[in-house]
Design a protein around this ligand. Structure first.
Ligand code: NAD
Length: 371
């Protein structure tokens, strides 16, 4: 199974690999013109056996391979990790024709892709995502980033991997939390763009939860295809692509508010997107009851949070509310004074709107908290 798309004139692909994928990754890497140097950046938490397997796959290419093991957490998504990667590239005289292969979740992918875009203004980048969020969302679309000065994704570029490899082995072995968190981004694509996704989530829940490969691959395929449809003619996010931000104005504000204070990862990005989607639907004065319930029910069915549980956070409701409120005004979609969010007019009908009612914004934030 494969998805292919073109950006300007260059070809990009997403390749689904069953367990007998041997030779697929190496063949794709060898199909590009390179100087045979690979920097392999991988997440410490991935099963060691699978890391070894990928390394032997990379060795088939005949390339010289350097490795960096990283702790992939949102708090490490910073300039320190970025410059660590850039230093290694410089110290080892990598060229524009060298290759970076990232093997990790959204954090590692975003930073590796940013380094790939910056080093000598761009070297060859391949991505092997290892969490559901990175499989169905961050691996494609070309958004790269680090968090800087406490602001999520405040520094970044647009740079696309030549190919993304989705591995059955990863889907089967990743921890439940890293699997489930990505379901929120799948629900998002269903709501904004493709009803078949919602039907599959509703009708094949058992198979999805048991991670039956053909069903999970189909879900990933539909989600990625939907994402491609939204970003392909709007790479720099001026128009259609903005809809992919459904839930994210609130999600980023929630992640920043909690994690800046706790100084550790607390909520997965996907979990925050689930709560964020409910906030954005609730914010609309004429609350869209049916859409709200569709999202809420799906989040519950897949054991995703629908609220922030205050008993798990060591600071008060007021402090959190205040901080989320301020962070909403830092959102990157802000065009003038007001922040913006994605309004859902009905299933698969979305558009960007301003947040103008600040009292109702506060009410919405309160509604997202559970005592
Ligand atoms: N570029 C984009 O378009 C885009 C889209 C969505 C999210 N993102 C970014 O992605 C990040 C979130 O990604 P994430 O949820 O994958 O988080 P993550 O990369 O922090 O991974 C979450 C946790 O899972 C662990 N992990 C990863 N793969 C594993 C595996 N196979 N087995 C065991 N443990 C594993 C990591 O070590 C980490 O502890 C955020 O920074 C967000 O901004 C970017």
């Amino acid at each position: 199974m494969k998805l292919e798309y073109k950006i300007n004139k260059s070809k990009h692909s997403v390749i689904f690999c069953r367990s007998n994928y041997k030779g697929t990754i190496s063949k794709t890497i060898n199909s590009i013109n390179s100087d045979k140097n690979i920097l392999f950046i991988y997440d410490r938490n991935i099963e060691k056996k699978i890391v070894r397997e990928i390394l032997s796959e990379l060795k088939i290419t005949g390339c010289n391979i350097l490795k960096i093991e990283c702790v992939s957490e949102k708090l490490n998504k910073n300039e320190k990790l970025l410059f660590k990667i850039l230093d290694i590239l410089l110290q080892n005289s990598f060229t524009k024709n060298s290759i970076i292969v990232s093997f990790g979740g959204g954090v590692l992918g975003d930073v590796s892709a940013l380094a790939s875009s910056l080093y000598l203004r761009g070297l060859n980048y391949f991505c092997i995502p290892t969490t559901m969020t990175s499989i169905v969302d961050s691996s494609i679309g070309g958004k790269t980033a680090i968090n800087y000065k406490g602001i999520t994704n405040s520094i970044g570029t647009y740079y696309h991997p030549k190919a993304v490899f989705i591995l059955e082995k990863i889907i089967k072995t990743l921890p439940d939390r890293e699997f489930t968190a990505g379901i929120a981004e799948i629900i998002k694509c269903g709501i904004i763009g493709e009803n078949k996704i919602l039907e599959l989530l509703k009708n094949s829940k058992k198979k999805v939860i048991e991670r039956e490969t053909s069903v999970v691959f189909k879900l990933c395929y539909l989600t990625l295809k939907t994402k491609i449809k939204f970003f392909l003619n709007d790479i720099h996010e001026k128009n259609t692509r903005l809809s992919l931000n459904f839930g994210h104005t609130f999600a980023h504000a929630i992640e920043m508010a909690i994690e800046q204070k706790l100084k550790r990862d607390f909520i997965r990005h996907g979990e925050a997107v689930g709560i964020g989607m409910l906030c954005e639907v609730f914010y609309e004065k004429k609350r869209k009851e049916k859409i709200f319930c569709t999202i809420e029910n799906l989040l519950k069915e897949y054991n995703l949070p629908t609220k922030i549980y205050l008993n798990k956070i060591p600071f008060s409701k007021n402090v959190l509310q205040d901080s989320i409120y301020k962070n909403i005004f830092l959102d990157k979609k802000r065009a003038g004074k007001n922040p913006r969010f994605i309004s859902i007019g009905g299933l698969q009908k979305s558009r960007i709107k301003e947040i103008i009612d600040y009292d109702h914004l506060n009410e919405t934030i309160l509604k997202a908290m559970h005592e």
